[in-house]
Design a protein around this ligand. Structure first.
Ligand code: ADP
Length: 162
């Protein structure tokens, strides 16, 4: 059984994340989406909201489970008997951080590999921070986040910006 972990902040989830999840779900038998909880990082959405949004967005995928944890990704992956960590790579900035993260993870546990997926063309320039900015400038985000979540994401970003 090929099991993978897809970790991230998902603050909030975008169509770029969902595209990676849907494509990975066809490759791996089971995927755990790990919502990272880092007390030193400032998120707009709470852990519970980030988990809830991912659950709604992936409800059509039977081999995906969403959880939040403050564990090291590698420890979480070991606990779930996952062989692979999935990451998305958009550009050279992602490349730099992903290769560093990969080498760091590998030095801790070489049995868990990293699987990189490139975004589909529509999502190449999409990031969680650009979604936050678009909402604050009153722009339409319907092409960038899962349809069921447009209202929730817009409302929460506007509420918390006050
Ligand atoms: P970070 O770990 O920088 O907070 P996120 O939580 O936003 O990143 O994303 C988790 C993973 O999803 C990372 O590997 C990131 O590169 C990837 N990702 C983010 N946005 C996209 C996108 N538009 N297309 C493909 N992958 C993406």
């Amino acid at each position: 059984m090929k099991i993978a972990v897809y970790p991230g902040s998902f603050d909030p989830i975008s169509n770029g994340h969902l595209d990676i999840i849907e494509r990975a779900a066809k490759i791996f038998d089971f995927i755990y989406i790990l919502v990272s909880v880092n007390p030193n990082k400032k998120y707009i959405f709470t852990d519970l909201e980030r988990v809830e949004m991912l659950k709604i967005a992936t409800k059509h995928l039977s081999n995906v489970q969403v959880e939040a944890s403050n564990q090291l990704v590698l420890h979480y992956a070991r606990e779930k008997k996952a062989q692979v960590i999935i990451r998305g790579l958009r550009n050279f900035f992602d490349y730099q951080s992903e290769i560093t993260l990969f080498q760091f993870n590998r030095s801790i546990d070489s049995t868990i590999d990293t699987f990189i997926l490139f975004p589909s063309a529509d999502n190449l320039f999409l990031s969680s921070s650009s979604i936050k900015e678009l909402v604050l400038f009153g722009a339409d985000i319907s092409n960038y986040v899962p349809h069921d979540l447009i209202e929730m994401i817009t409302r929460i970003i506007l509420e918390r910006a006050k």
